[in-house]
Design a binder for this molecule. Structure first.
Ligand code: UDX
Length: 441
């Protein structure tokens, strides 16, 4: 039988580190490449440079197996790999809605000169449709093996907090290929996942690129849809929480991604819908996805409305008001603060004159580094000490479990804004709190 495939994973951020670790656990020999010596050293030492449940255990397993190591050397990557997975980031370009392709382009430009035999480069990063065609030309021009080097696209759908589970047992695999050989290579690389029952959609390159942004746009739209209903509810005295529960019983709608509240943030959804709308405009089909601007606008209004609710509870002005802000991460079980609604609200509260003390179970270091102007506390109770208003911004379990009486014992006021519909209004009101939530009476 053929030699097992050797894989490189270029970029060891969130996506790449997870992919490299899981592929080694599945039995492949894997070399992870990153330009950051510090990241490489930490990973080789068994340390995951971000918070992700279960990933440190998988890294230990992978390193013990002897099948995984990390390096900064592209020459090593070229010599080692049969398949090269591109997992570098495509953040939003500063001052633009477009995706910043600098890291993708530099990864391809750095790797290509070392591709001197048949190899498959597999893009996993989220990119504007059309990127694969452009990169194919670039690769074949720069690689000594020329047209023997092919490109495929294999979008990644993993959620932070469930990265290991989503990588080992994804809902589906999408292979965008331009030859039968490329499809064979991908089927071999994902054989253990496919054997586990994961369906595979094989398609062309542009479709594979589009699947990712189409999926994230749909998810963002679903969240903004229910948040739009929350705005209507507020104008009518209706309750969006009950409305969502009733909608969710319709299987065609379903309850997932129908949770109203402060809306979406993170390193994917916000920048992906903006980059998609931008790319569609370039392609002359901007009108087809013009609704994504509205999805974005609804989402931004949720943050502003949360600030308003705190102001209302504070009696009309935020000047000098002490606010306990519970949560900083863009969602629970993550230390990621990229485009975090929670920190956006805290910064706005501070700008409006409030004294904001933030506590988050995991994201404190990241928050402190990026927002040194905010105050921080080491626990819920410390954040809430003498607070006039409490605002729940990220729905960590430890916040759901707060005892209304225990919190009231340390705060100055009894007003709480539940930005994530995480608390039981009846229990809080019974304990004497004024409870407010977006879209609820
Ligand atoms: C998302 C996609 O789910 C994933 O498939 C893709 O690969 C990357 O982007 P992630 O950013 O990790 O994953 O977070 P996700 O769990 O999807 O949550 C995104 C945001 O939406 C969070 O800020 C969350 O709080 C918010 N959200 C989610 C809601 O406001 N309401 C919901 O009902 C669901």
């Amino acid at each position: 039988s053929a030699q097992p495939l050797r894989l490189t994973v270029i970029g060891t951020g969130y996506l790449g580190a997870t992919h490299a670790i899981c592929m080694a656990v599945l039995g492949f020999e894997v070399l992870g490449i990153d330009v950051s010596q510090e990241k490489v050293d930490r990973l080789n030492a068994g340390e995951v440079p971000f918070f992700e449940p279960g990933l440190p255990e998988q890294l230990a397993k992978a390193l013990d197996s002897g099948r995984l190591r990390f390096s900064t050397d592209y020459a090593e990557a070229g010599a080692f790999g049969d398949l090269h997975f591109l997992c570098v980031g495509t953040p939003q370009k500063p001052g633009s809605d477009a995706a910043d392709m600098t890291y993708v382009d530099s990864a391809v430009t750095s790797l290509a000169p070392y591709l001197d035999r048949r190899a498959l480069v597999v893009g996993k990063s989220t990119v504007p449709v059309g990127t694969a065609a452009r990169l194919t030309a670039l690769l074949q021009r720069l690689a000594p093996a020329g047209e023997q080097v092919e490109l495929a696209w294999n979008p990644e759908f993993l959620r932070e907090g469930y990265a290991v589970e989503d990588t080992l047992r994804p809902d589906r695999l999408v292979f965008g290929t331009s030859s039968a050989w490329a499809e064979e290579q991908l089927r071999a690389a994902f054989a253990p996942v496919i054997e586990g029952g994961t369906p595979v959609v094989v398609t062309d390159l542009p479709t594979a690129e589009l699947v990712k942004v189409a999926a994230n746009s749909f998810l963002a739209t679903k969240i903004s849809y229910i948040n739009a209903m929350a705005e209507v509810c507020e104008a009518t005295g209706a309750d969006v929480h009950d409305l969502a529960a009733a909608l969710a019983y319709d299987d065609r709608i379903g309850g997932r991604f129908l949770k109203p509240g402060l809306g979406f943030g993170g390193g994917c959804l916000p920048k992906d819908i903006r980059a998609f709308a931008h790319r569609a405009e370039e392609l002359g089909v901007g009108q087809a996805v013009a609704f994504l601007h509205e999805v974005d606008a609804i989402n931004r209004r949720r943050r502003a409305r949360t600030v308003d609710l705190v102001r209302e509870l504070a009696g009309g002005s935020l000047e000098g008001v002490r606010v306990a802000a519970l949560g900083a991460a863009f969602k629970p079980n993550s230390d990621d603060i990229r485009d975090a609604p929670a920190l956006d609200v805290s910064v706005s509260l501070r700008r409006a004159g409030a004294i904001v003390r933030v506590y988050d179970p995991q994201a404190m270091d990241n928050a402190r580094r990026s927002y040194p102007e905010l105050d921080y506390a080491d626990s819920t109770m410390e954040a809430a000490q003498d607070a006039d208003v409490v605002v729940l911004l990220t729905e960590w379990n430890e916040f759901r479990e707060i005892e209304p009486d225990a919190l009231a014992a340390v705060t100055a006021g009894r007003g709480i804004v539940d930005g994530r519909h995480a608390l039981d209004p009846a229990a809080w009101r019974a304990a004497g709190w004024t409870y407010r939530a977006l879209g609820r009476p």
